[in-house]
Structure formats: structure tokens, C-alpha cells
Design a protein around this ligand. Structure first.
Ligand code: PEP
Length: 263
């Protein structure tokens, strides 16, 4: 269902009316985690001013350590809905448990399946059956074939509104959190008709790599980027070191403004 063999035209997926697909570089930005109403609103306004048309923000955080901040749950979803009301930005947010799909879908415009759940087949089937667009991160240990097969689980339930997100894979390298596989973008676009975006924030895990990796993503033809921003990253409860701050955002909007000649 997701193969390009049977569907030669590349697809465009609409999220609350915002398109992600060929000929575009959609900017999705916002906080890694929803922490407070003010922090989420401030991050959303920063994202919007930089050109973002979709707001990201995690209410359920799949953390490596069980002692790390796990997210606000439904209270976080309510904050996202309020911020959508205020800014007009549709929401992309992660669901980590098949039992929560209905609840998260009642607030979200797009459901995100993260790298740690990329082969959680019960979750993939549940998001496939709920009737909302899905962003599927690549498993950090998954081959491109395994990633596309995970997308197939969603598609099989009748949902073809799927966006693939390359977010870095595990390699021997330790200087970065994960290694962004830029070749996965054109490769996945060749094998599948689905849009492919990249996450330069979670792949590198470092603020100073976000803009270079964004440029790389655009150069290889990514259909969008998803980027963490935070008004005060030094106080962030999750992944502060990779969040862009106001100064970086001026540069990011300049990169986005210069896009048309590259497309
Ligand atoms: C995220 O985008 O909030 C996230 C946790 O990403 P990943 O699943 O790629 O680590």
C-alpha cells in the first residue's frame, strides 16, 4: 500500500489543512515536551514567527530513564489544544500506548509514533484505525525496509495519511546522539509515495547541528523538517541542549525564506 510501484505519484498529506508533500518544505516546530501553558505558547509563537505551520509538542514522553520527566499526559493535550486555539497552528503530538490512541486523537491533528515504538505493531494498527494523519519516525535500529513495513501496518488499517520521519539511526558514532541518515530521504521517496521529513533535533541531539542538518535535509529533497524550540532551554524538562532559541530562529527563517530556488 505504501510502495511507489503501485502508486507512482508522490502523495501529499494534509494535517488540519496544512500540506506536507512534494514541492514543499513544511516546517513543524515547538517544544520537545509540553511543560506549562506559558512555555508552550511562547514556543509556539517563536515557531510560528520562524515560519512553522504546524506545532509539535509531547504530552506523553517516551524517556530512556524512568526517572526522567514523562510528560503531562492529558493535561498536556489540553494545553496544546488551547495553544492551537490561540495561534491557529494544528498539533502534532506523540502517542506511546495503543490504549491512549482515542484520547490523543481527540486533541491532535496528527499522531506521532516515535522511534522507540516504530515497530510496536499493536500501536501502529491502533493509529491506523483512528482516522487521523500519522507521522511515523524511523526506528533508530530499523532498516528502511523495516520502516516501510511499519508504515504498511498503518496503511493496512485504511489510513494512507502517513508521513515518514528520518530521525537518525544508531551507529558506532558517539559524538552525536544518533546519525542522521540523509540517504534515507531520497531512498524512501524512491521506494514509497509517502512524504518524508527529517528531525534534525533528535538525530544530532545538539542545538549547533540543527541548522546544518536542516540545510542537508533540504538539499536531499526532504518534504519537511520537525524542530524543537524552547523559550528557555536551560530550564527545559526534556532535551534542552537541542532546542533552538530566538537567535537561531532568525537564521532558520532565513533558511526557509531562501527555499524556493532549491525546490
Ligand atoms: C520526539 O520527537 O519528541 C521524540 C521523542 O522523538 P524520537 O522518537 O525520534 O526520539
Amino acid at each position: 500500500l505504501v510502495s511507489r510501484d503501485n502508486h507512482p505519484e508522490r502523495s501529499t498529506v494534509r494535517v488540519g489543512g496544512v500540506p506536507i508533500g512534494p514541492g514543499l518544505v513544511t516546517l513543524i516546530a515547538g517544544p520537545c515536551a509540553v511543560e506549562t501553558p506559558q512555555q508552550t505558547l511562547d514556543a509556539a509563537l517563536m515557531a510560528k514567527a520562524a515560519g512553522a505551520t504546524l506545532l509539535r509538542g509531547g504530552a506523553y514522553k517516551p524517556r530512556t530513564s524512568p526517572y526522567a520527566f514523562q510528560g503531562l499526559g492529558e493535561a498536556g493535550l489540553r494545553i496544546l489544544a488551547d495553544v492551537r486555539e490561540e495561534t491557529g497552528l494544528p498539533i502534532v503530538t506523540e502517542v506511546v500506548d495503543a490504549h491512549d490512541v482515542e484520547l490523543v486523537a481527540s486533541y491532535a491533528d496528527m499522531l506521532q509514533v516515535g522511534t522507540r515504538n516504530a515497530q510496536n505493531f499493536a500501536l501502529l494498527q491502533a493509529v491506523g484505525g483512528i482516522g487521523k494523519p500519522v507521522m511515523l519516525k524511523r526506528g533508530m535500529n530499523a532498516t528502511i525496509e523495516e520502516w516501510l513495513m511499519a508504515a504498511e501496518y498503518i496503511a493496512q488499517r485504511g489510513n494512507l495519511d502517513i508521513v515518514l520521519c528520518e530521525r537518525g539511526i544508531r551507529t558506532f558514532e558517539t559524538a552525536t546522539r544518533n546519525t542522521l541518515d540523509v540517504s534515507a530521504v531520497p531512498m524512501a521517496q524512491r521506494l514509497s509515495h509517502l512524504p518524508v521529513i527529517i528531525d534534525p533535533s533528535h538525530s544530532g541531539g545538539r542545538r549547533d547541528l540543527v541548522l546544518p542538518l536542516t540545510r542537508a535535509a533540504i538539499a536531499v529533497g526532504a518534504d519537511g523538517v520537525i524542530i524543537d524550540v524552547h523559550p528557555q532551554p536551560e530550564l527545559a524538562l526534556c532535551d534542552g541542549p537541542q532546542a533552538l532559541v530566538q537567535g537561531d530562529l532568525d537564521e532558520l527563517s532565513e533558511v526557509m525564506r531562501r527555499l524556493p530556488p532549491l525546490l
